[in-house]
Design a protein around this ligand. Structure first.
Ligand code: ARG
Length: 273
């Protein structure tokens, strides 16, 4: 078992001040179910404060009225080597979020900011390991965005086909545990048979999640190399993570799950200045 160590991270998050579920663009969203905004905010603050207490830097993006899904900041960009690939959303309800993200980076002097041609939903569908940029497709991000990302970042992109609408973004079905190695956990049934074979080939030692843990959004996790923050309801993942030397940290983001997101969806990682 490798010696685990936490690497200080920089995250961008957006408070759920205007969170609500008034439309449904994934199977988790039911506009008939009321959302408790103060509770969503408290759960979100818990996550933000947890990152900070673990020594990570969290910046906040100003939430805009009329964009209830903006709390899912991971979808707004992919940032790697200080280069910023903007998002282009698949659904019109989220279109305006993309510009808010790009403005945030431009205002802070990021030089390499690319407004994408093809639809991609940021880190919802892009995951960074030591060797690859894993890229989901099937529900949101266009396969064409994979080539665009590869060209922009100069990292080999591995396209993965998502087949279960409940796991509509890559980050609902796969999490990177160690980004200095190629260590991931994933839920195989969310992927096509060919993509499963690719994952087995690239990550033979991956932690394999069961259906109940995937359905509890357990793969929607964020790792700093040692601590793995994940929904506390994904109880089956805690022991396997500990056995690998990680420290699982259970979070309660039940209100945000009503929008179809959890820990990772709320967290955009800014990699490399
Ligand atoms: N309601 C949002 C949507 O369907 C949730 C996005 C969750 N984000 C994520 N990174 N998976 O777009």
């Amino acid at each position: 078992m490798p010696g685990r160590r936490a690497i200080p991270r920089r995250y961008l998050m957006c408070p759920p001040a205007h969170f609500e579920v008034t439309y449904s663009i994934n199977p988790w969203m039911d506009p008939a179910k009321p959302v408790d905004v103060p509770l969503a905010l408290a759960q979100w603050e818990d996550l933000r404060d947890r990152y900070r207490s673990l020594g990570h830097r969290v910046d906040e993006l100003e939430p805009l009225p009329g964009l209830p899904d903006m709390v899912f900041a991971a979808n707004g960009t992919t940032v790697l080597d200080g280069r910023v690939l903007g998002a282009r959303f698949a659904h019109p309800q989220r279109t305006a979020e993309a510009a808010a993200h790009l403005d945030w980076f431009r205002e802070r002097g990021y030089a390499a900011v690319h407004e994408p041609v093809h639809i991609n939903e940021g880190e919802g569908d892009f995951a960074v390991t030591a060797s690859y940029l894993l890229a989901g497709r099937g529900f949101r991000s266009s396969p064409l965005s994979h080539a665009e990302a590869q060209e922009f970042f100069g990292r080999p992109v591995i396209g993965l086909d998502l087949v279960d609408p409940r796991y509509y973004h890559l980050d609902t079905a796969l999490a990177v545990l160690d980004d200095e190695a190629d260590e991931v956990m994933y839920y195989p049934e969310a992927f096509s048979p060919g993509s499963r074979a690719v994952l087995e080939r690239l990550f033979p030692d991956a932690l394999i999640a069961t259906e109940p843990d995937a359905a509890a959004f357990g793969l929607n996790a964020v790792s700093d190399g040692l601590h793995v923050l994940l929904p506390q309801a994904a109880v089956g993942l805690f022991e396997p993570l500990r056995a690998r030397g990680f420290e699982p940290v259970g979070m309660d983001l039940s209100e945000l799950l009503k929008g179809g997101g959890s820990v990772k969806c709320c967290t955009s990682e800014l990699r490399g200045e």
